[in-house]
Every structure is written in structure tokens, then in C-alpha cells.
Design a protein around this ligand. Structure first.
Ligand SMILES: [Zn+2]
Length: 382
């Protein structure tokens, strides 16, 4: 079976979601955080008041009869650590919600009557390389009627295209994408720390206490469930950031990507670059033998050569540390503080996002095979 093209849409995915489905999606992204804030209030009451105050700092007379002695220092220390962990959870979460509500990654659709031929593609074609279809045009969203910047995906819950979309997360309060990904990572990481502390403390004193209390069990269950959930999410999100895949791209892993490279000097002989798909149908054995699909003239008369990656080659793959830093920031301080936006938001002439080595290797191979040709992406790299 031929590999699918990354960014293409399956026919069944083309049906528009109804306005009702979108309203349900939006409502859950408000209701879920409210329920979670309620759960935080409940476990705070159990841990700080019932366990720390009523059990450790000032145990009631009947508890003292069962040999429970006051442990003021332990109770106060646990409240202090809990308060710090709660703050470390709430600060990135409120930052995340703030950024979600300012909608920096959501693209506005064009007039529904806009034809692909008339849509404006110059924003993508200004770059030295961009992801394209077989004709060399940037990828087009059938629903928004716009050309999509690289790594943009149409979000059915929002009914809009979203830049570098990862996933729609009602638990966190909305869309996780280019700007929110960093704060989401911090949110799930600190949520995992917070819930681990919560269930461990409750479990320790629950095991010690002779007369079991139902309210403690509730906090224990909430702590364990959310710990499993947030710990899994932090591992998955951290790994995806390091390999520089969004969740959408991870699902499409194994596909091929067409990339248009800006040509600043044509090859000496025009015979070399093929102008049809023929090459893509051939089984190309060598790892560095990338199919050249066509030459195409785009907006402003700029000439591009369209090449295709091999299956499983991700155009933005770098080293794991570089991938991590692209979203989380340069310094460890950036990784933990929800202040500065991700470095991947900065644009350069090369492309919408920093290209991985495979894209430069493709360009070099093209220049090697086509003497005299010069691709803009390689200028200034030597
Ligand atoms: Zn769209």
C-alpha cells in the first residue's frame, strides 16, 4: 500500500462537524476545569484540614484515646509543601488558560465561496521551503478555504485551523497548539507532582489510622487516578516534544511529506528535473534518493522544486534536546517557568518552523544531482 501524504485529508474527515458538536466541545472545556477546581478544593480540605489539622496538629479526644499523639511539626510541614505544590500547579495552568482564551494559534477562515485557485498562498511561498501538495501548492483546508501554514491542522471541536495543533484537551481547558504546548507540558508535569504528593500523604496516614474515614478514601482515589493520568500525559507530551512531533503528526507517523524548495538558480540542463509524478512511483532504494516530483512557478514568479520525503522521515526532526528546547525554551529556568513563549514561534526565512536535517540533506542531494542549481534553503548554510 502506498504511504499516505502527511497533511492530506481522508474523504470521511471532510464532513463538517455540526455547530452543536462544536458547542459541546467548547462547553466541556469550561466544565471540566471547573470540576477539577472543585476536586482540588475537596482534596485540599481533606489533606490540610482533616489530616493535617484534625489528625496531626490537634487530634480530637477520641483519637488520643486510640493513641494518636499531636504531631504539630509534621502537620505544618505538610501544609507548607502542599501549598507550594498547589501553587506550582495553578500558575502554569492559569497561564495556559489565559493563552488558550487569547486564541493566538487559531486561524480565521476565508469566505466560504473562496476557490483554491483564488486563495492567497503568498504567506507560505515567501519561505525558502514549505510543505506542499503534489502540484507544489501549500496545503489547503477545504473547510476554512485557506492555505495552511506548515504543521497547521483543522480542529473539528473549534471548526477552525490551528497552528501546530497538538490536540483538543477539555481537561486542560481548550486547544493545545503552538503557543500553549509549553504551558501544557508544565501543567501536566506539575499536576503529576502535586497528585503524587497528595495520594502518598493520604495513603500513609490512612494506613496508620485505625478507624478508617470515607472522606480520606475519596481524596486517595482522586489522587491516584489523576496521578496516573497526568504522569502518563507528561511522559507522552515530553517524548513528543523531544522528537518534535505533535500528537497529530505522531498519528500520521510513517507518511510521506512533499516539500517545495525555492530555486534561486536553475540547473545547467533543464532535462534533469522531471515534471511528472513518474519518479514517485518508482521504488527508490537508497536512503538519500528522494523523489523529485516537479518544478513549479508560484506567486511572484518564484520557482520551486517539489521533492518528497521517504516514509517515516519527519521534516522537523532534530536532536532530542533541540526538539525539547524548540518548545520549552533554551534554559532550564524557561522549562519550569510559564513566562516566555516557545522559541519555535520565531520565524525565519527558511520556513515556518526550523527544518530538520533530512530537509537540508534533500536540498543538498538535489544540488549534487543537478549541477548549477542553487536552492535558497542552503544559501548561508555553508
Ligand atoms: Zn481549517
Amino acid at each position: 500500500m502506498a504511504p499516505f501524504v502527511v497533511g492530506s485529508q481522508k474523504p470521511e474527515a471532510r464532513n463538517n462537524t455540526t455547530a452543536l458538536e462544536q458547542r459541546i466541545g467548547l462547553a466541556t472545556s469550561v466544565i471540566m476545569p471547573l470540576l477539577e477546581f472543585g476536586a482540588i478544593g475537596y482534596v485540599t480540605w481533606v489533606l490540610c484540614y482533616l489530616i493535617c489539622v484534625q489528625y496531626l496538629i490537634n487530634p480530637a479526644a477520641d483519637l488520643r484515646l486510640h493513641g494518636v499523639e499531636p504531631r504539630k511539626a509534621t502537620g505544618i510541614a505538610l501544609i507548607v509543601v502542599y501549598a507550594i505544590l498547589l501553587l506550582m500547579l495553578l500558575i502554569p495552568w492559569l497561564r495556559l488558560l489565559h493563552v488558550i482564551w487569547t486564541k493566538p494559534d487559531i486561524l480565521q477562515p476565508a469566505d466560504p465561496a473562496t476557490e483554491k485557485e483564488n486563495a492567497d498562498s503568498t504567506a507560505m511561498e515567501q519561505y525558502n521551503a514549505y510543505v506542499c501538495d503534489y502540484e507544489g501548492a501549500p496545503l489547503f483546508c477545504d473547510k476554512c478555504r485557506i492555505f495552511k501554514p506548515d504543521r497547521t491542522h483543522h480542529c473539528k471541536e473549534l471548526g477552525h485551523c490551528v497552528r501546530k495543533m497538538d490536540h483538543y484537551c477539555p481537561w486542560a481547558g481548550g486547544i493545545i497548539a503552538e503557543t500553549t504546548h509549553k504551558y501544557f507540558m508544565q501543567f501536566v508535569f506539575f499536576a503529576a507532582l502535586y497528585t503524587t504528593f497528595l495520594w502518598v500523604v493520604v495513603a500513609v496516614f490512612f494506613a496508620e489510622r485505625v478507624s478508617k474515614v470515607r472522606t480520606w478514601i475519596g481524596a486517595l482515589v482522586v489522587g491516584v487516578l489523576f496521578c496516573i493520568f497526568t504522569f502518563t500525559m507528561s511522559c507522552m507530551t515530553g517524548y513528543n516534544l523531544a522528537i518534535n512531533y505533535t500528537s497529530v503528526e505522531a498519528i500520521q507517523r510513517g507518511g510521506i511529506t512533499n516539500i517545495a524548495f525555492l530555486v534561486t538558480r536553475m540547473p545547467n540542463e533543464q532535462a534533469s528535473p522531471p515534471t511528472s509524478y513518474n519518479n514517485s512511483n518508482k521504488e527508490l532504494e537508497a536512503d538519500d534518493d528522494w523523489p523529485v516530483l516537479r518544478m513549479v512557478r508560484r506567486s511572484g514568479g518564484r520557482m520551486f522544486v517539489v521533492m518528497q520525503t521517504k516514509p517515516f522521515q519527519h521534516p522537523w526532526s532534530t536532536s532530542m534536546m533541540e526538539g525539547w528546547k524548540d518548545t520549552m525554551g533554551e534554559s532550564p529556568l524557561d522549562w519550569f517557568l510559564p513566562l516566555r513563549h516557545s522559541p519555535c514561534k520565531q520565524r525565519s526565512r527558511s520556513g515556518e518552523f526550523r527544518w530538520g536535517e533530512v530537509v537540508y540533506d534533500m536540498a543538498s542531494k538535489y544540488q549534487k544531482d543537478n549541477p548549477g542549481a542553487q536552492l535558497a534553503i542552503l544559501e548561508g548554510r555553508r
